[in-house]
Design a protein around this ligand. Structure first.
Ligand code: HAM
Length: 429
């Protein structure tokens, strides 16, 4: 017997029955982000490795440890995208979008790849839905973006998510903070993990998001970045908070929030869910401002701010909520042995008229079809036999119980639609 081949570790299949939750999240985002003026962008899943090295940063875990990098047959170093911000910026630069409009708003959704240690809510192929606003450096843009995420979470029905914000300053004020941080970390060198002892020299901010508990304890007692902000960065951060207040967006200031990517300047933020189902993967989304990235990638000097949400984690939370996302059939058509062709035709016609119809193409006894009708979660079953065909009249049997409804075979769709909707039966798997 041939050996069975399994999927790749950390990369999941999404089957019908589960995919409906994902579709709900994606369609909610599409509708809402559209209201805020965001258009969808689709970039390839593979990029030149240098794109991520130069934007996300060589010293980050994402680039240093987690990227799927390979050489193609032409000897180029390519990487599966670990995130969506750098690819979108690459596309923005490549298509000279800044010459076409002063402000652009893009969103994207799709798989990202990071070779991470797997656990609940942390996978090697995972999905993000993200948005980027290019061309506005004002804090109003940051606030509007965060408001969009809040409205998105509201539309999904997800409460108990806390917005954390911070400012990392810019090239003017960050060096002083860096110097202080390095001094502080050096005095605690022995308590840091091996990786952090190296990071300390090359990229001290990365020590602050090391997952090692000892490093986290050292980081927690370190200098406060907000005390080092220069005047323009402080004003930007104060204005942001004022605008969030005006929008009624609730937040907490968390001076230890640094994020795991190097490209941020000024604003950074994360949305943290309280639900225990996510365990250590409680950050459902994050983002920030990256005003210097475009230029660093050889593009124009265009400021930008964006975020990405982890779809896998949003889906986990929604499943916990116990809501139903599966659209059940409106009608199951069961037939006797003389009416199979007529049943097939009736199902086809009703689907053309917009009903979701289930029909057992295998035929079989009426009893077995009725069992299948029960399992299908359909609202109604219509039995089509010789008598119904000759009279042109049948009955709609409500599967949730109650009296059958007489129906003319040429008026089934309208009759089904006219029936009041009963509560859903099939729970989300
Ligand atoms: P990030 O924080 O690396 O930011 O990822 C954003 C979200 O993706 C996380 O909050 C988390 O929900 C989800 N995520 C990350 N890694 C995994 C994983 N291994 N498994 C499941 N979910 C995961 C970014 O990627 C930035 N590009 C966000 C951004 C956009 N900044 C500016 N614009």
């Amino acid at each position: 017997m041939s050996q069975k081949i399994n999927g790749v570790k950390g990369m999941n299949d999404l089957l019908p029955g589960e995919i409906e939750v994902w579709q709900f999240v994606e369609s909610t985002a599409r509708t809402l982000f559209g209201r805020f003026g965001y258009g969808e962008v689709r970039t390839p899943m593979v990029e030149d490795t240098a794109l991520f090295v130069r934007s996300v940063g060589e010293e980050t875990d994402i680039v240093g440890k987690e990227m799927y990098t390979f050489e193609d047959k032409g000897g180029r170093s390519l990487s599966l995208r670990p995130e969506g911000t750098a690819p979108a910026a690459r596309a923005y630069i490549e298509h000279s979008v800044n010459n076409q409009e002063p402000v652009s708003r893009w969103f994207y959704t799709g798989p990202m790849f990071r070779y991470e240690r797997m656990q609940t809510g942390r996978y090697r192929q995972f999905y993000q839905i993200g948005a980027e606003a290019y061309g506005a450096k004002e804090p109003a843009q940051d606030a509007e973006l965060m408001d969009m995420v809040v409205q998105f979470l509201e539309a999904l029905g997800l409460q108990e998510v806390t917005l954390n914000i911070n400012s990392l300053g810019d090239e003017n004020c960050r060096p002083a903070y860096h110097a202080k941080l390095v001094d502080y970390l050096k005095s605690h060198r022995e308590e840091l993990c091996g990786d952090c002892q190296q990071r300390l020299e090359r990229n001290p901010l990365r020590v602050l998001d090391c997952k090692n508990e000892k490093c986290q304890a050292v980081a927690a007692a370190g200098p406060n970045v907000l005390e080092f902000l220069c005047e323009p960065c402080r004003t930007h951060f104060t204005d942001l908070q004022r605008k969030l207040g005006a929008l009624g967006v609730r937040y907490v200031v968390n001076h230890r929030l640094v994020r795991g990517l190097d490209y941020y300047t000024r604003t950074v933020f994360e949305f943290i869910a309280a639900h225990p189902a996510l365990r250590t993967a409680s950050t459902v989304g994050g983002g920030g401002r990256y005003d210097k990235m475009m230029k660093g990638l050889g593009g124009p000097d265009v400021p930008a701010v964006g975020f990405a949400m982890g779809l896998d984690r949003l889906v986990l939370l929604l499943k916990e909520s116990g809501k139903t996302f599966i659209q059940r059939p409106d009608l199951f058509i069961a037939v006797d042995e003389t009416s199979h062709d007529e049943g097939l035709k009736l199902a086809s016609r009703l689907r053309r008229e917009g009903l979701k119809v289930d029909f057992d193409t295998r035929g079989g006894s009426l009893k077995s079809q009725m069992k299948r009708a029960d399992k299908s979660g359909a609202r109604f079953t219509l039995v089509l036999g010789e008598q119904e065909r000759t009279s042109g009249q049948a009955k709609l049997k409500p599967m949730a119980g109650g009296d059958s409804v007489p129906v003319a075979l040429d008026n089934v769709a309208a009759t089904v639609r006219a029936q009041p909707e009963a509560p859903a039966q099939a729970p989300v798997s």
